[in-house]
Design a binder for this molecule. Structure first.
Ligand code: GDP
Length: 444
């Protein structure tokens, strides 16, 4: 998970101070020493760490904190606010040109995830903002780059503009923008060429495209796991091109977080999106405040809610509620519900967004067994309509058939039926409690 080791360190530090009724300057000093070490170990830029520690210390020993009723909590609040500020404060928005198409240039070194991110961004623009982007293959040097973008386009059902590898990138960009106007695309995403290192030829080519395309955004795609190297790359690109935003990829595998915490402070360029996996829907808008909360173990309930809103069908949810109330909830509904929760992403990742998840003993090591859920689904799919609606009809021979059909065992089938039964009993109790409440009070 992103920031895991940094989060662990900071949370351990704050554990000591959290519940304290009295905090003095020496306590703050000791805590800040730990924070400083934790940030340096996370590969945060040295100067950034120094400034951060200074700011937090000044505020933390201030009157309003040490004399407050819960000084421990107040200090943590100060750290949370300053972490948010460090990562850019407000969430920054993506540009919209009032003379479409809006042009976005994707730049970065080879292997950072530029082509993948171009596909992900197109996907996000369509899903979240209902936009109609045109993808442009302007990386004519890496042999497989054009093909890779075309494959992504096909997979996601986006048109990809390409003129092969014999036409200059500037000409490709020119014709692509004309084509986008003709076909009424509102966004043009140009996948430019990468190099292994920052070099002059690359920069000159990018500047030429920039001059011609006059982009509304220039996004640098960098690999979070490269830490301070990513920060240096961002600095060079920013000096040469004037970036409007950074997309930090592979944050899913970055346990330290050094790049995420330094880039904005060093380059003054905000992180706009983060890549959280290889799949095409694994691009998240970057929210500094939520990220700070995640690092400090306060969870990220807002992102969780957004995921639910984006993936859960509200009509179905209402229908389900009605079924629960009238006790007509069947195995088919159960299957449906499982499917909706799974569409929100890997369950382990969802669990980790809950407040305090890092500190829940054991939860860190829990990996939700997706295979187990698959078995439950297989069992339900092997039931007949009657069995799904009236589980009590399932006798020994029916259970044997279901176990065989789903490649599981009778014990597993029995366990699922029992769980389903318990769930229904619980629903009944809850419904009765609600009824009781309406009549005037609970009955115990
Ligand atoms: P490019 O050379 O910059 O265009 O890089 P690619 O788009 O070809 O990506 C290089 C590799 O990084 C591919 O294997 C991608 O699947 C992977 N990748 C890109 N973004 C992410 C991410 O956010 N998380 C993970 N885990 N892998 C990513």
């Amino acid at each position: 998970m992103a920031f895991e080791s940094l989060a662990d360190r900071l949370q351990n530090t704050f554990q000591k101070i959290r519940g304290k009724g009295k905090v003095n300057e020496a306590d703050v000093k000791e805590m800040m020493r730990d924070v400083r070490m934790a940030l340096l170990e996370a590969d945060v830029n040295f100067k950034v760490v120094k400034d951060f520690v200074k700011k937090v210390s000044e505020r933390a020993v201030g009157q309003e904190v040490l004399k407050s009723l819960s000084p421990g909590q107040q200090v943590i609040k100060v750290v949370q606010e300053e972490l948010t500020e460090l990562m850019g404060g407000e969430q920054s928005k993506i540009a919209v040109s009032n003379r479409p198409p809006t042009v976005i240039m994707m730049v970065g070194l080879q292997g950072a995830g530029k082509t993948t991110t171009t596909g992900k961004l197109a996907n996000l623009l369509r899903k979240k903002y209902n936009r109609k982007p045109l993808l442009v293959a302007a990386d004519i040097y890496r042999p497989a780059a054009i093909k890779q973008l075309e494959t992504l386009g096909k997979q996601l059902n986006f048109p990809v503009f390409s003129l092969g590898d014999q036409v200059s990138p500037v000409e490709i960009a020119r014709q692509a923008i004309a084509k986008a106007k003709e076909d009424h695309h509102d966004y043009v995403l140009i996948d430019t060429a990468g190099r292994l290192h920052v070099d002059e030829t690359l920069m000159n080519e990018l500047k030429d495209i920039q001059q011609l395309a006059n982009p509304n955004e220039i996004f640098l795609v960098v690999d979070a796991m490269t830490g301070q190297d990513a920060v240096n790359v961002a600095q060079s690109f920013n000096e040469q091109l004037g970036l409007t935003g950074v997309v930090l990829t592979k944050l899913d595998g970055d346990t330290r977080g050094g790049a995420a915490l330094s880039i904005r402070a060093v380059t003054q360029t905000p992180i706009k999106f983060v890549g959280m996996g290889e799949k095409m829907d694994a691009l998240e808008t970057f929210h500094p405040e939520r990220m700070a909360s995640r690092i400090l173990g306060m969870g990220d309930v807002l992102t969780l809610i957004e995921k639910a809103q984006a993936n859960v069908d509200t009509e179905k949810a209402k229908e389900l509620e009605q079924k629960m109330r009238t006790m007509s909830f069947t195995f088919d509904d159960f299957l449906d519900q499982l499917g909706q929760v799974r569409s929100m992403g890997p369950l382990d990742d969802l669990l980790k967004m809950l407040p305090g998840a890092n500190k829940m003993k054991g939860l860190n090591n829990v990996t939700v067994d997706e295979k187990q859920i698959g078995r439950v689904e297989a069992i339900i799919r092997s039931m007949t309509k009657l069995e799904k609606e009236q589980p009590e009809t399932m006798n020994g021979s029916r259970k044997k058939r279901i176990a065989k059909g789903s490649g599981t065992s009778i014990q597993e089938v029995n366990r699922l039926i029992k769980q389903f039964d318990d769930m229904k009993k619980m629903m009944k109790q809850m419904t009765n409690m609600q009824k009781g409440k309406k009549k005037g009070g609970f009955k115990f």
